[in-house]
Design a protein. Structure first.
Length: 569
């Protein structure tokens, strides 16, 4: 499998640089003099997508401007929208959004709204289609006019590295931070855009690092609830889309810090080491190529994108240490809270001299029976990466147990609902800083139109709008989060019911055919089976005991019993 690596946002770019480093030359200057190409592990290729050109140009030195023909390059999609009258002005006039602003705050809804505007507003689409390709990204967009220039240009920057274009990469890995601004907002629209463009079977995976708990002050101040809202909003959209990504690989920044310390560079390097068994080439001779196998198997049997939890361990090469690798990976090497034995399937990537039968036996002893193994040639160590698919469900008490995926999501959802209830005004502005519109100066002041404010209000709080201390009672995002928490507490397996299941839109019409059953409907379904009400065991025992007593006390029964005792018919 040759992977196209696409980092999105600040954190995504920093992590992606580890995957795209030149393994032949450590010095870019030497590569420039010799004309050598950048060759990464596994022959990976890729780029970095960001929203702030000033930051991309001045605050990092790994990626250069892709629009100027550099590799590895950064790409700024909203450069595809011309300034001045026309598209930019019309979007701002009708909706209030500034599609040319440099950088995004951690508003979960910002890029979701922008994507839906371009995806559904025919008037905006016509203006976009007639504006022509201008600006820094005109060479990438080409001569074809685009109805959705931001996401069209982003995909056209990525596609040439893949087999769908002129490249060799047969799979795509997006790397984002769940809780930031650009990565969190961009990831679902770009996946949606790829699938709607016809690339329905091309393997697309997402590696997402969940933000750490607590309020932070750098690189920009943000509240814990604000970042968790962005994270949950992105995950909600990704997990409710049919024919979406092939899987979301979750990494918890809090666990990452415990394993690698507080240094971000070391954390990013660890993420790369964990993913290397999946990314690098050199498959065992005669075994199925990983790319094609993962395309078919990653979401087999599911009509939604699965969650994958990575568990990794590395040991010096030693014959017969498969059980130790598996045990330590599951006990010490998990990068997100979960219950490994609850996984409906495990995809295992091994490097080194590893016996696949012994790996399966070791996993079976841990309660994991459905296993797919891919072996690759290794280096100094034997390594194992276990991607646990949907490792939750089947335990009604798991939501109350720290260390489980159910508990993790229930805690985060509670914090998101609290933030939405207490910081409602923060849901209705955007820009490149954390200043509200009234605190900005001059023409940079930003104000949503009534159309956008009404749409956002209904999206977040439903048709009844915001009611303090009583949000999410009937519909809207708050309601769906409450329902998701109830489903997690019920403890059903994801094959029976996912905890996020109803797609939600800000401006587009919702598809009510994908509506999830509410908690009350679930309770009714649980009580009905084959048209009969389920009655608990105690009630059945009491009913049978009463019927038997009534029967024994009846004169007819006593007479019949006496006749049987005398041998009469």
């Amino acid at each position: 499998m040759k992977m196209c690596i696409c980092g999105i946002g600040g954190a995504g770019g920093k992590i992606a640089s580890n995957f795209l480093g030149n393994m032949d030359y450590n010095s870019k200057l030497i590569s420039w003099f010799t004309g050598a190409k950048c060759v990464s592990q596994g022959k990976a290729m890729g780029l970095w997508i960001d929203a702030d050109k000033d930051d991309a140009k001045n605050n990092q030195h790994f990626f250069k401007d892709l629009a100027e023909g550099n590799y590895p390059g950064f790409f700024i999609p909203h450069d595809s929208v011309p300034t001045g009258p026309g598209l930019h002005a019309e979007v701002r006039k009708k909706y209030g959004y500034d599609v040319k602003s440099q950088g995004f705050v951690r508003d979960a809804q910002y890029l979701k709204a922008i994507f839906e505007i371009f995806d559904s507003d025919k008037e905006i689409q016509n203006i976009a289609a007639n504006m022509g390709s201008t600006g820094p990204n005109s060479d990438i967009l080409g001569s074809n006019n685009s109805k959705n220039p931001i996401f069209d240009s982003a995909w056209k920057a990525i596609e040439p590295y893949t087999v769908l274009g002129e490249g060799e990469c047969d799979a795509l890995l997006f790397i984002v931070s769940f809780g930031g601004g650009t990565g969190t907002g961009f990831i679902n629209p770009i996946v949606d855009h790829i699938r709607k463009g016809g690339s329905t079977s091309f393997p697309v995976f997402i590696l997402g690092v969940l933000t750490e708990p607590g309020d932070i002050t750098v690189p920009q101040p943000s509240l814990e609830g604000q970042r968790y809202l962005a994270a949950i909003s992105a995950l909600y959209d990704l997990l409710t889309k049919k024919n979406g990504s092939n899987g979301i690989i979750l990494v918890d920044n809090e666990i990452l810090a415990k394993q690698a310390g507080s240094d971000r560079k070391i954390q990013n390097s660890l993420i790369y080491e964990v993913m290397k068994p999946m990314i690098v080439d050199r498959d065992y001779p005669g075994e199925s190529p990983v790319g094609r196998a993962m395309e078919k198997e990653s979401s087999r049997g599911l009509d939604f994108s699965p969650i994958f939890v990575p568990a990794y361990w590395s040991e010096p090469k030693q014959e017969g240490n498969e059980a130790e690798l598996v045990r330590k990976a599951l006990k010490k090497g998990k990068l997100f809270d979960c219950s490994p034995s609850r996984a409906d399937k495990a995809f295992v990537f091994c490097r080194g001299f590893v016996d696949s039968i012994k790996v399966k036996q070791a996993l079976s002893q841990e309660g994991i029976k459905n296993v797919q193994i891919y072996r690759k040639m290794g280096e100094k160590n034997n390594e194992i990466l276990i991607l646990l698919r949907n490792p939750y469900g089947g335990d009604p008490q798991a939501y109350n147990t720290p260390g489980t995926l159910e508990n993790k999501f229930c805690v985060i959802i509670a914090k998101v609902l609290k933030y939405m209830n207490e910081h409602v005004q923060d849901l209705f502005y955007e820009g490149m800083s954390n200043l509200k519109p009234t605190e900005k100066e001059g023409n940079s002041a930003f104000k949503l139109t009534k159309l956008s404010r009404d749409a956002l209000t209904q999206f977040f709080f439903g048709k009844d709008g915001y009611i303090k201390n009583d949000i999410g009672k009937t519909d809207g995002f708050a309601f769906e989060l409450r329902e998701a928490r109830r489903r997690l507490k019920v403890g059903k397996a994801p094959s029976e019911q996912t905890f996020f299941c109803k797609p939600l839109s800000i401006f587009k019409e919702e598809d009510n055919h994908n509506r999830c059953p509410s908690a009350s409907e679930n309770e009714e379904e649980d009580r009905e089976e084959n048209g009969m009400l389920k009655i608990n065991a105690d009630a059945i025992d009491k009913l049978l005991e009463k019927k038997l007593q009534d029967m024994l006390a009846s004169p007819e029964f006593r007479q019949k019993f006496q006749e049987i005792a005398k041998g009469e018919n």
